[in-house]
Design a protein around this ligand. Structure first.
Ligand code: PLP
Length: 388
């Protein structure tokens, strides 16, 4: 739900476009996830791919058991912000050149393929705890682009292939100490998770007996599920049956509600029989709006004045959907696009030379602190070659 706390952002003295992350909402959503996990004893990491602004990570790090990284840079950042807690890393794009550094930075690395295991296990042994990402082959997500178990998925070793490989050559997984599965997106059904765990038990019992930890990934909205007893069953069967330490590494569920884009209307006109309001932000600041064709919620969105909200770039499809407002929009009107904390700033680009949004932190007491203003120098740094 878009809250009045977020609506206040439209009235505050703030440079736009702005990306505001609300420390209170992050604290609340992490605490809520911890509460859901409490009866299970499972550990909670945050997936940095959803949110990696350093000051925000520092703020929430004490509430977490660690961070999940997908690259060397994320792993370096994780190490900078964590005083305690573990770094878990996985990527299908593991480069030979990065293996040694990732092994030093990460407490645990999940290899994405048996080829990874063959090529890199010897080099990481002793530096990190090696695991393997398994694709359980269960598709819960209708949109293939979000479905980690889609046909021909690149994400993890297909569970049946792994089971066959282990039966034929048990040495194929010698030295593997953990399993990662991440097989869902925005799910509110822990029934899905239990199904995943049942597949692991059915197909990979010998490997489960060997490993020390099982990371069950992200993809669940912890505060919105109603079948928590199935979550508890899924975790307990791994802990009690196999003595495994169990972890989760959600992203969206922990940071999405906390992030808003505050924007100003820069033009209003009619086009094709509809009122269009052009904004000083763009889908380049919230790329998933364009990639996945969803409309972010605009705060104070009720009433009968209907507008197409359009981003300010040249892209025809730079649109935020149609929204109805209580009052007519005018040049200078402030709007707040709510619940865009995850996968926005991390994916934002400089398309059209429009500066990235100014970043503010909002403290639990409500005060805003300017964290970062992007300037022409930043744009130049990105676009300038090496000195001759
Ligand atoms: C391996 C892994 N872990 C965790 C996550 C976080 O997922 P979410 O933000 O849906 O919770 C992802 C998302 O792509 C992922 O690939």
């Amino acid at each position: 739900m878009v809250t009045s706390r977020m609506a206040q952002l439209a009235d505050l003295d703030i440079e736009t476009p702005a990306y505001v992350y609300d420390e209170l909402f992050m604290e609340e959503d992490i605490t809520a996830a911890r509460k859901v996990l409490e009866p299970t004893g499972a550990r909670l990491l945050l997936a940095m791919k959803a949110f990696s602004f350093e000051a925000g990570l520092r703020h929430v790090a004490p509430l977490l058991d660690g961070l999940h990284a997908s690259s060397v840079f994320e792993a370096r950042l994780a190490r900078r912000v964590l005083e305690t807690g573990v770094v878990h890393t996985t990527t299908p794009g593991l480069r030979d050149a990065d293996v040694a550094e990732l092994a030093r930075l990460s407490d645990r690395i999940s290899f994405n393929s048996l080829g990874h295991v063959r090529r890199h296990l010897p080099a990481v042994t002793g530096l990190t705890s090696p695991g393997i990402r398994v694709n359980p082959g269960l598709s819960f997500v209708p949109d293939e682009r979000y479905d980690p178990a889609a046909r021909n998925s690149k994400l993890g070793v297909p569970v049946n292939d792994l089971a066959t490989a282990i039966t034929r050559t048990p040495a194929a997984v010698e030295g593997i100490e953990g399993i990662l599965v991440h097989d869902n997106s925005e799910s509110t059904r822990f029934a899905d998770l239990l199904e995943v765990v049942e597949v692991l038990i059915d197909r990979l019992d010998p490997l489960l007996r060997q490993v020390r930890w099982v990371n069950l990934g992200g993809g669940y909205l912890f505060s919105e599920a109603h079948d928590n007893e199935l979550l508890e069953r899924a975790v307990h069967v791994l802990q009690d049956g196999y003595g495994a330490e169990v972890l989760f590494e959600p992203g969206l569920s922990l940071v999405n509600r906390a992030g808003a884009v505050v924007t100003t209307v820069v033009d209003v006109f009619r086009s094709g029989g509809k009122d269009v309001a052009v904004l000083d932000t763009s889908v380049a600041h919230v790329p998933e709006v364009f990639e996945y064709r969803w409309a972010p919620r605009a705060v104070r969105e009720y009433g009968c004045h209907r507008y197409v909200l359009a981003g300010g770039s040249c892209l025809a499809g730079d649109l935020f959907g149609e929204h109805c407002f209580e009052v007519p929009l005018d040049v200078g009107t402030r709007l707040v696009l709510g619940e865009v904390g995850a996968y926005s700033l991390v994916k934002a680009s400089w398309f059209n030379g429009i500066a990235l949004p100014t970043v503010y932190a909002r403290a639990p007491g409500g005060e805003l602190t300017l964290q970062r203003r992007f300037t022409f120098d930043d744009f130049l740094t990105l676009n300038r070659g090496l000195p001759a």
